[in-house]
Structures are given as C-alpha cells and as structure tokens.
Write a protein that binds this ligand. Structure first.
Ligand code: HEM
Length: 538
C-alpha cells in the first residue's frame, strides 16, 4: 500500500508524468528517445501543454493504482481512432490489420503485462491474416465450433433452457436487463465449456461481470471502470487456470456432453495445434467476453423496438407479419422469414458500430516522405486505429434504395457468400477474386467443409449443403470479409429462439416507469437505465 502511494506521488509530481502524456505512455514501449524526453524537466515544456497536463493530472483520482494510470489511463488519452470510408464491397483490405487491433488501454484486461503477449495465447480476433496459417486456417478452425448445423442439436437446448428461466412468469414486471445479466454467465460457460450453475466459481462470475462493466463504461477515469478493471486483473490467472482445467476435462472425456461445447470443436479441429494451441483455446474462451457481451445490447435493442409503449411501429408490424406466417420455412430461399427478420433487426440496431484495424505510418511509401519520428529515432507515434463503419454502411443509399425502411425481404435480392464465386467477381468487374476460394475439412466426425467466398467471407458447407451468410456491404453489423464475425449465425439463431419464445408465450415488453431505474452496463459502450420489463399471457 505504502509503496504504491509513493510511486503514485512521484508520478503525479514529476516531469515523468508530463512526459508520460507526451512521450512514453508505457514503459515497454519506451526507448532511448523516450527516456531522453523523460529526463527533461516538465518546466521546459510549452506553457499550453503544461497547462493541459496539469488539467489531465487533476482529473486522475488519487487512489488509482500506478500501473493502471500508466498502462490504461494514459494510453486511453493517447489513442486515436480515425474513420474509414464506407466500403462498396464487403471487404477490408489486409493493410488495415487485425494484428493487435485493440485500443491500447484495454490490453490490461486480457494480459498480465498490459500489452500483447502472444506467448501466453492469442485470439484470432487480434491476429493479422498473415499470422493465421494458410488461407485463414485459424479462423476456419474457430468457425468449426459455430457452424449453423450445430445449433439445433448442440446449442439450442441450452439457449432455450436459459430463455425459459429468464422469462419465467415469476420474473414478469421486473427490470429485465439486470435480471438477464444475473443469468447470462450460466449460458456463456455452458456454451463454451459445458459448465453452469454452482460449478462456475465466484471468481469466474465476478471477472466476467467486471469485464463487461469496463467495456460498458469505457472511460478509465471513472471509479467504476477502475474498480472493475482491477477486479479483472485480480482474477485473470485464476480464470485461465480454471478454463485450462475444464479443457483437460473435455480432452480426457471427463466432461459430460462435451460435443455440445464450442471448445470441443476447437480442440478436435486444431490439428497439430500450430495455429490453434491449447493456450489459444483458453484465450478464446475468455476473450469471447467481448463478443458475447454484445448479446446484451442486442437484446435491449430488440426489446425497445418491440415495446408496447415507445416501440418502433414498423418493427412491431413486421414481427406480427413474420410470426403469423410459416416463419421457419425458407421455401427454397437462402434464409427463413424469421432469419430475415433477425438480420434486419441487426442491420438497424448495429450493436457493433465498426471494425477497428491497426494502421502504420505510411509516409515512407507515400508522397509525403519518411516519418520524421522514425528518422530521428524518437518514437512519438501513438496508438492509432482506423474504424470501418457498420451503421452508416448498412444505411448507405448506395446499397439500398430504401435504407431506412424496415424491410427483412431486402436480403433476398443481394448475394450470399455461396454466390460470390470467381464468375461473380468477374461480373462485378474484378479480374479475379480478392481471396482464393479454399476449403478446410473438419476432423470432428461431420462431413463439413469450412469454405469462403471470393471476398474472403468464411462459411460452412455441411453434407454438401452451403450454409451461407449475406455477402453484401449493405449488411454490415457483423463486419466484412476474411475477418467477419464467425459468431454471426450462432447469434442469429439465438435471437430466433428468443423471438420464438416471445411469440409463443405472448410476451410483451413494457416500460416500468420506475422512479429510479438502475443503471446497467449491458454491452460495449452501453450503460442503460433499466426500465423495461415483460408481461406474459401464455
Ligand atoms: C451481437 C453479437 C455479435 C456482434 C454484433 C459481433 C460483431 C462482430 C464484428 C463486427 C466483427 C468483425 C470485427 C473486425 O473485423 O474487426 C466480429 C468478429 C469476431 N467475432 Fe463477433 N459479434 C457478435 C457475436 C459473436 C459471437 C457470439 C462470437 C463467438 C461465438 C463472436 C466471435 C467473433 C470473432 C472470433 C471475431 C474475429 C473474427 C476474425 O477476425 O476473423 N462474435 N464480430
């Protein structure tokens, strides 16, 4: 305690703090050049900058841990995220890399050292294409655990049991999102490792909840963000060991029904493990805190639109129309009516606003000469990322005649990933497909291939039948191309189950008009007032 407060005082008083802001945010990144700056007295800085630093220092609560300030707060302020243009085709070029494309202040949530440490495991989410093995192999192995053929036999019973419990009559009239979050980790761990209820240790529940809270509040200066960030760090090693042991149970046949978990497919299809080691499976299991946390803002977005008071009349009418028909029958089309409805919900809700990429200073290869920082050996460059937008791309009039209409049928007129072939690429005007079309055959007993479209979009072909996604830039909520979300169809299936239940049990969402609704962190960058509940009459 004493040591920390001394360190903290030094940080706040010294020129190092000023330089922390101006120069080396994190000591791992520091070089001789940063150090030279660190040694310069703060008083030598231009007055305007010093004043800004003073204001910044004053904003940092004095009880914050020294490492947290240095590795999370300062990088947060030194990070820039730039806007990319809206893509015309559903692709992101490989020069915008996924390699370590995580806002720098968040590394401390997933690694002990607050920085990329690939030797301790990686997630495909933060890997450049060139690191994933031939033809995006790592992504294909990941995808083997979430192809849509698995949903009905393996995952749906878990989801349906979860929803039944969630929307049991005794929970009617209560704030819904707090209640959802109280149960959510039962489903999360059941899907990943087949563990639920009391078998999930307290630490594992707490780290998940804290992780979501940090993502939701996001601003590292808030005490709630700080406290939860530190809880995540406290339990990270415990969590990893716990997951590792559960994976042993799956591998040794000690776990029951392990083929009903995503991890089983990842372990089975990892081959020699070179591109998906066991430590990577551990990493994926908890990095998915980020991925599945988006189910929270999705569910809230859907409830709000279906709500009896203040809902969206077009969405409500479309729901009535969809569910009054044969909603699970695709009738030869690539998607069922219910699937189309859920896709359209995701287009308009867009729970994930954009795909971020890491970028590098391109001055050497451009008209503008070399990077001055590089040429004098002072790496003043900060963490910069580029954001390829989803919401505005989905709403772009270039892609749809009527982008603001709620129209699930729109996807029947645009290509699926199975239709983006060499011929189609030529028809569009390209000389060849941007990505070779290749296959990865799974080794888990199914007759399934993980293939890709000419745009790089990965999808499954099971028992000779393609299970494609909509491969059109105007459908952006799950990203684009080789790096598009593998959890898309699982997510759509989960929300189909949600809506089937809402329809079957005549569930209605209503505002509760509570005098002081609770603030609930429901997803990345999303803290809401929890004032919606449900009633049911079946
Ligand atoms: C509402 C739910 C979800 C949304 C909106 C969503 C959205 C996205 C988006 C936009 C991307 C692309 C990011 C980029 O290119 O930078 C992505 C990637 C990814 N998602 Fe999801 N996701 C969801 C659920 C899931 C689920 C349930 C899983 C796992 C079961 C998952 C696993 C992943 C992974 C591993 C990637 C990285 C793919 C790659 O880089 O090749 N996501 N997701």
């Amino acid at each position: 305690m004493e040591r920390k407060s001394v360190e903290r005082r030094t940080f706040l008083k010294g020129g190092a703090a000023a330089v922390g802001l101006l120069g080396g945010a994190s000591s791992e990144l520091s070089t001789g050049g940063d150090q030279a700056l660190a040694d310069a007295p703060a008083s030598g800085l231009p007055q305007q900058i010093q004043a800004a630093i003073e204001r910044f220092r004053a904003a940092i609560p004095p009880n914050f841990d020294h490492d947290y300030v240095e590795k999370a707060v300062i990088p947060f302020f030194l990070t820039s995220i730039y806007g990319d243009q809206r893509p015309m085709l559903p692709m992101i070029g490989v020069d915008f890399s996924k390699e370590n494309a995580l806002p720098y202040d968040l590394w401390g949530l997933i690694t002990r050292d607050w920085r990329p440490t690939p030797e301790e495991g990686v997630t495909v989410f933060l890997q450049g294409l060139e690191k994933r093995g031939p033809n995006n192999l790592r992504k294909r192995i990941y995808f083997s655990g979430v192809t849509p053929d698995l949903y009905k036999p393996m995952y749906s019973p878990k989801v349906v049991a979860f929803l039944d419990k969630l929307m049991d009559q005794r929970f009617a009239g209560r704030p819904f999102m707090r209640h959802y979050l109280d149960y959510y980790f039962d489903l999360y761990w059941d899907l990943h490792l087949g563990v639920t209820g009391d078998d999930i240790p307290f630490e594992v529940r707490q780290i998940g909840e804290s992780f979501n809270t940090v993502l939701a509040y996001r601003n590292p200066l808030l005490p709630i963000t700080y406290q939860n960030y530190m809880i995540v760090r406290k339990h990270l090693d415990f969590l990893k060991s716990w997951i590792d042991e559960r994976l042993d149970d799956i591998e040794n046949g000690k776990a029951k029904n392990s083929e009903k978990t995503m991890a089983w497919y990842w372990l089975k299809n990892a081959g020699d493990g070179r591109h998906f080691e066991k430590k990577d499976v551990v990493f994926e299991c908890f990095h998915n805190f980020v991925a599945l946390s988006q189910w929270g803002n999705s569910i809230f977005g859907i409830m709000s639109r279906l709500s009896e008071d203040g809902g969206d009349p077009a969405v409500r009418a479309s729901f009535q129309k969809t569910m009054s028909g044969n909603f699970d029958n695709a009738n030869g089309a690539p998607y069922t009516p219910l699937e189309l409805f859920v896709m359209e919900l995701f287009r308009v809700i867009s729970p994930n606003g954009g795909s971020i990429s890491s970028i590098h200073d391109a001055r050497t290869s451009s008209f503008y000469g070399t990077s001055p920082q590089a040429s004098i050996g002072v790496p003043l460059e900060r963490h910069s990322y580029i954001n390829t937008p989803h919401t505005t791309t989905s709403m772009d009039p270039v892609h749809w005649k009527d982008p603001s209409a709620f129209d699930p049928a729109r996807y029947l007129g645009v290509p699926t990933s199975a239709q983006i072939t060499e011929d189609k690429c030529r028809q569009i005007g390209l000389a060849t497909c941007p990505f070779d079309i290749t296959n990865f055959e799974v080794k888990d007993g199914r007759k399934a291939n993980i293939t890709n479209s000419g745009f790089g979009t990965v999808f499954g072909v099971v028992d000779g039948k393609s299970l494609p996604v909509c491969d059109y830039a105007g459908f952006a909520p799950f990203g684009f191309g080789y790096r598009r979300c593998p959890g898309e169809q699982l997510t759509i299936n989960v929300f189909e189950d949600f809506l089937r239940k809402v329809w079957r049990d005549k569930i209605l969402f209503r505002r509760l008009n509570a005098p002081n609704p609770g603030e609930v962190p429901i997803g990345p960058n999303a803290v809401i007032l929890d004032d919606l509940g449900f009633t049911r009459s079946a």
